[in-house]
Ligand binder design. Structure first.
Ligand code: PLP
Ligand code: ZN
Length: 413
C-alpha cells in the first residue's frame, strides 16, 4: 500500500551546523555538515517571523480531526497530506498525580506520560517524522542504531507502513526489547559491543547501502518530531510555562528537542517565558552532567568547540540501558538548547532511579523503565538540593514503559 503524500513546511529554511554554523538548504543530503563531517550535526531552522504571522489567534495549534503531533506542523519541517497509523500519534497524558504530589510536598508536579505511545516510548515522535520523510523521499529501507527503544519504535511503525528495517543493537539490550524488534519483523544486527560501537557501525552501513537513517543524533529532522512532547506540555498548560522540566538524557536528543520546543514557542510569541530544562543522566553514564558541573558559571557560554573538548567520553555503567551512553552524540545541540533555557545537567544514582520507578508505580500508576524514570529521579534530587522550590510547577518526562525492562525496578534484582 502506498503511504499518503508528504509535503514540506514553507517556513522551514534548512539547517545550521551545530559546530561551524554553516547554513544548509532543505534538500541537503548526507545528514551532517558538508564542512565538518560527523561532528557537524545539523539543526533545522525556520523563519519564525513568518510562522508567527500565520499562527491563528486563540489556539495557535488547532487539531484537524483526532489530535496528533501534526497539529504542530507550523513548527515541524514536514506536512503529511493525510493521517496514517505509522505517523499519526501523540497527544499523550499530562498527569496531575495527586498522591505523588502529597507524598513529595510538590502540589504542582506534573508527569508527561509518553509510555502511552504505540511502541511505549517517546521515540515514536521521532519515528513518525522518519516515516513521513521516508515517504516524501520514496525510501523503502530504514536503519537505526539503538539501545532498544528507537529500534522498537522503528520496528512497530515500519510494520504499519510496510517499510524494511535494519537495526543495530548492543548485545546488552534487554531481551524484552529484542523480542519487540523480532516480533515486528525487523532485521536485527546484534553488535558484540557497546551502543557507541553499534552507532558507528550503523552510520557506516547506512551510508554504504543508501538506507534512510533513523539515528536521531544524526538525522536532524528527528529531533524536530521529539519537540512535540514539549509543545504538548505547553499547550496543555495554556501556554503558561512551567518552572522546570526534567528529561532523561543519553545522546541528548530528547532534552535538545524539549528545550527547543519551548525556545521556539517563545520565539513565535506564544510562551510567556522559557522553563528551565534539565537533562538527567545516570551517574554511571554522565559525561554531560560532569562537564556542565566542571564548567561552573561559564557552562552556558562555552563555544561549540569548547563543549566538544569539555565533554569527555566515559565507559557507561548503569541499570538504565536506554541512557547508558558514553559519548552523547547530540551533545552540542543538547548543551546549546539547555543553556538557552537556564537549565542544566544532573546525574542520579541507580538506586535513586529504582526509587523513582517504585514511587511512580505506586503513587501515580505509571510504570517506567529505568531510563523512563530518570527524569523524575532528577526532579526529586533537584528538590532535595533546593534547585526547585515546593511551589514550583515542575514536569518530569516519563519516556519509556516499565514492561520493556520489567525486573529493573525490583529491590532484589
Ligand atoms: C526511555 C528513554 N528515555 C530517555 C532516552 C534518552 O534519550 P536521548 O538519547 O535522546 O538523550 C532514551 C533513549 O534511548 C530512552 O529510550
Ligand atoms: Zn559545520
Amino acid at each position: 500500500m502506498q503511504l499518503p503524500q508528504v509535503g514540506t513546511n514553507p517556513h522551514w529554511t534548512g539547517y545550521a551546523c551545530g559546530l561551524c554554523g554553516k547554513a544548509h538548504p532543505t534538500d541537503h543530503r548526507g545528514f551532517v555538515c558538508a564542512a565538518c563531517g560527523d561532528e557537524g550535526i545539523l539543526d533545522a531552522t525556520y523563519d519564525y517571523a513568518a510562522i508567527r504571522a500565520e499562527l491563528p489567534a486563540g489556539d495557535p495549534f488547532p487539531a484537524r480531526g483526532r489530535p496528533d503531533l501534526w497539529r504542530y506542523a507550523a513548527l515541524l519541517p514536514l506536512r503529511p497530506e493525510a493521517p496514517h497509523a505509522c505517523w499519526s500519534l501523540g497527544d499523550t497524558p499530562l498527569h496531575a498525580p495527586h498522591r505523588l504530589r502529597e507524598h513529595l510536598g510538590l502540589p504542582h508536579l506534573l508527569l508527561k506520560d509518553d509510555t502511552a505511545l504505540p511502541s511505549a516510548s517517546l521515540k515514536d515522535r521521532a519515528t513518525a517524522v522518519a516515516m513521513a520523510d521516508g515517504a516524501r523521499l520514496g525510501v523503502s529501507h530504514v536503519a537505526a542504531a539503538s539501545t532498544g527503544n528507537a529500534a522498537a519504535s522503528l520496528a512497530v511503525l515500519a510494520a504499519r507502513a510496510g517499510v524494511r528495517t535494519t537495526i543495530f543493537v548492543p548485545a546488552a539490550a534487554p531481551r524484552a526489547k529484542l523480542a519487540q524488534l523480532e516480533l515486528h519483523g525487523a532485521e536485527v544486527r546484534r553488535i558484540d559491543g557497546t551502543y557507541d560501537e553499534a552507532f558507528d557501525l550503523s552510520v557506516k552501513e547506512t551510508r554504504e547501502h543508501g538506507w534512510y537513517s533513523r539515528n536521531c543524533a544524526y538525522n536532524p529532522l528527528l529531533v524536530e518530531g521529539k519537540k512535540t512532547c514539549g509543545l504538548e506540555i505547553a499547550h496543555a498548560l495554556d501556554f503558561r510555562a512551567p518552572d522546570a522540566v526534567f528529561v532523561p538524557t543519553g545522546d541528548g536528543c530528547i532534552v535538545s528537542s524539549t528545550a527547543k520546543a519551548f525556545v521556539e514557542l517563545a520565539e513565535v510569541g506564544r510562551l510567556d517565558r522559557v522553563p528551565a530544562v534539565f537533562g538527567v543522566q545516570a551517574a554511571g553514564a554522565a559525561p554531560l552532567s560532569r562537564a556542565w558541573g566542571e564548567a561552573g558559571a561559564r557552562a552556558a557560554s562555552l563555544t561549540p568547540r569548547e563543549v566538544l573538548a569539555a565533554v569527555a567520553p566515559v565507559t557507561p555503567a548503569t541499570i538504565a540501558d536506554s541512557i547508558s551512553v558514553g559519548v552523547p552524540r547530540n551533545r552540542l545541540k543538547a548543551w546549546k538548547y539547555v543553556a538557552r533555557t537556564g537549565g542544566g545537567f544532573l546525574a542520579v544514582e541507580d538506586e535513586a532511579i529504582r526509587e523513582a520507578i517504585r514511587l511512580l508505580a505506586r503513587l501515580a500508576g505509571v510504570w517506567a523503565e529505568p531510563s523512563g524514570a530518570a527524569g523524575f529521579a532528577g526532579l526529586m534530587q533537584a528538590r532535595a538540593q533546593g534547585l526547585i522550590g515546593p511551589h514550583d510547577k515542575v514536569v518530569a518526562l516519563v519516556t519509556g514503559h516499565g514492561l520493556k525492562d520489567p525486573l529493573a525496578g525490583m529491590p532484589l534484582v
